[in-house]
Ligand binder design. Sequence first.
Ligand code: DGY
Length: 332
Amino acid sequence: MTQRPSILVARAIFPEVIERLREHFDVETNHTDAPFTPQQLAERLQGKVAVLTTGSERIGAELLAACPQLKVVANIAVGYNNFDVPAMTAAGVLATNTPDVLTETTADFGFALLMATARRVTESEHFLRAGLWSKWALDMFAGAEVHGSTLGILGMGRIGQGIARRGAHGFGMQVIYHNRSRLDAASEAACQARYVSKAELLKQADHLVLVLPYSAESHHAIGAAELAQMKPTATLINIARGGIVDDAALAVALRERRIAAAGLDVFEGEPQVHPDLLTVPNVVLTPHIASATITTRKAMANLAADNVIAFLTQGQPLTPLNPEVLPKVLNA
Ligand code: DGY
């Protein structure tokens, strides 16, 4: 009898997804759900041909050199800044991610965070829970208008376009965006979005939503200089990745009211949060949950599993990031 391939699931995922994987492979799981250290991950990967990861597991040259049997790493995330894709390609290891299945859910959350931030939802709830509400007042927690305002989007991929559609069609917002490449005319029309320079975006947006991937180029794309160009009444929303915003500079801008408020779902060095952000009132903070509905998280885990199954059983991954490795891995 031929031995079944062994794979690792690096974090706790839904039992039914593990069962699907067990139909094809010997599956080792992470029962504690504590992220593995790089050394633990390398140890667990000995003899494994595949691993399902989340953004917490870093896959780079050192790990790949220590795990020569590894053929595929399936991220349960659309973002893959935890992968060194060139190193994976050089090592002949396939990388996959989970696009599309989380687009609308994440765009919903982008809007939820925008609304909560602009309308001071969490700040006012903390006030109420603290027993501080003694009378109603006209200017009590008066926030920023959302409908009819100018929505700025930095990074106009699938999720950015989902947010643009919600803003334009649902809230009658003027949508402006900046992206490495401009959308085609049909996509711009579908989102009713107008392309502008980054400088114009910063200057004109009432609500600026960040949805760009993290890379060396986008590191601190929003720092003190960029915050200084924004309107003092503006809100900033980050549902992309920590490190795109300079969190220390943002905390200063919020404290000094150089911008009105921020909504952050992602942080530099998360799960740590810059301590200064915890002490400013005009920021809504959530723990990286933009794609967190049960339906969507299951769809993400299933897509990662499908990638591994389709690749290892038929040589045809569904959403490969470096398809150029396929001939090399399949002929190995
Ligand atoms: C993603 O899919 O990239 C989300 O941020 C979850 O990591």
